[in-house]
Every structure is written in structure tokens, then in C-alpha cells.
Design a protein around this ligand. Structure first.
Ligand code: URA
Length: 223
């Protein structure tokens, strides 16, 4: 029998898990492949954690209740599993680096506001950015609803200053679009290409995904 990490945690709490005949006391008890794990009298294996990088294409969503295609459902058959979900959300029209996993703790940490994980987006804007926009970002933009954002960076990429990088360390709802709105500008396209030290691989086309090792997925926590 294979169970999820959250089920394992619940069963440990109520004293139903035994490792080599001894009652498991904590979820983080180190377990090796050789250990015999029993839960509720049945031999169990912990579900293997899976980490997938997708280059999300526009039109695909991170909300499983939407009528639009849900990102994990668009994975090729060899990567598809029932227990996968998106780590945080990208808007329907946003493209780029999307993490998909079955590791709830990992996902929780990546999106935790306490971790201040850096996310890099490239955006095209309706109007060129100016020095004042860049300074406001450095001080912390105040959104139209008066939310104070943490300091961020806006880096012009093209000479016309309409293609820029946004570097942010939080992940508020529609954050980049609302930042542009606060600067009386508008996002025309948005693409995420880096989270922490994890970069979207250049050879991954829109809509493509690949499984990565845990070490690579955990590069998101590197500064
Ligand atoms: N900020 C946005 O506005 N949209 C996204 O999809 C991600 C960040």
C-alpha cells in the first residue's frame, strides 16, 4: 500500500504507524528503504516525491476548479499522476517557470511569505518605465489598494524600456500586474524565468515539462 505524506503524518499522530515494530513518534523520523513500515496493520511505502518543471503556456491554469486546462492535466502520460498540484499560481495568460509536485511541504515552503524567495519575471509593458518607477520599486511600491510591497527591482532590458525584468521576493495575488498598475502602466505579457536559483531550462518549449531531481527543485531555496 502506498500513502501520501499527509496521511502518514495523520496516522503517526494517532499512533498507528510502526517502524520495525516500534511506534513512530515523529513524522521526521529518519527512515531507510530497508525499514519495515506498518500502518494500521498494513505494510506501507511512502509515496515518492516528484518534482516537475513546466514551461507553462498561455491558456493553461493553476486552478483545478477552472474550465480551462489545469496544468498538471496537460503533462505527458509518462509524467501524469493523480497526486500532482501546482506550487503557487501563475495567471492564465502568464507563461514560464511553473513547479508541479506531490510534495505538500515543499510547495508550502516555496510559497511561504516568510521565506522571501526571489522570483524573476520578464514583462512587456504598454509604456516605457522611468527612473521614478525604478526608485519606487526599490523603496517598495504601494499598490492601488494601499498594500505596501517589499522592495523590488525593475530592470529595463530593451532600449525602449518597455521590456523589463521584475524581481520580487513575495507572491501576492496578481502582484506584477498590480505593480504595473500602481505605476500607471500595464502588463502586455508576463513570463517567469527564475525562482531562487532554479532557472527555466532554455530547451523547454512552451507547454513542455520535465521531471527534475529533488536537489534541482530545492535550488528555489538558494539565494
Ligand atoms: N504576478 C502576476 O500579476 N501574475 C502572475 O501570473 C504572476 C505574478
Amino acid at each position: 500500500m502506498c500513502i501520501s505524506r499527509s496521511d502518514a503524518r495523520r496516522l503517526i499522530k494517532i499512533g498507528k504507524v510502526f517502524v520495525n515494530g516500534e511506534k513512530a513518534k515523529a513524522f521526521d523520523t529518519k527512515i531507510s528503504e530497508a525499514d519495515e513500515i506498518m500502518a494500521d496493520g498494513k505494510k506501507i511505502e511512502l509515496a515518492k516525491t516528484v518534482y516537475i518543471i513546466m514551461n507553462k503556456q498561455a491558456g493553461v491554469v493553476c486552478d483545478d476548479k477552472s474550465s480551462a486546462p489545469y496544468a498538471p492535466d496537460t503533462l505527458p502520460d509518462n509524467l501524469k499522476r493523480k497526486d500532482l498540484f501546482c506550487v503557487g499560481r501563475l495567471d492564465k495568460d502568464t507563461t514560464g517557470l511553473l513547479l508541479i509536485t506531490n510534495d505538500g511541504e515543499y510547495a508550502h515552503s516555496v510559497i511561504s511569505p516568510k521565506k522571501h524567495i526571489e522570483k524573476r519575471y520578464q514583462a512587456t509593458l504598454e509604456n516605457a518605465v522611468n527612473e521614478n518607477d525604478i526608485e519606487q520599486a526599490e523603496k517598495g511600491i504601494v499598490l492601488k489598494d494601499s498594500t505596501n510591497l517589499l522592495p523590488s527591482k525593475i530592470i529595463p532590458i530593451t532600449p525602449d524600456k518597455k521590456t523589463v525584468d521584475f524581481i520580487v521576493t513575495e507572491g501576492k495575488y496578481h502582484q506584477i500586474k498590480r505593480m504595473a498598475g500602481a505605476l500607471d502602466n500595464k502588463i502586455l505579457s508576463l513570463h517567469r524565468y527564475k525562482i531562487g536559483e532554479l532557472e527555466l531550462p532554455e530547451n523547454l518549449s512552451f507547454g513542455e515539462a520535465k521531471r527534475v531531481e529533488k536537489e534541482q527543485a530545492f535550488l528555489v531555496f538558494k539565494k
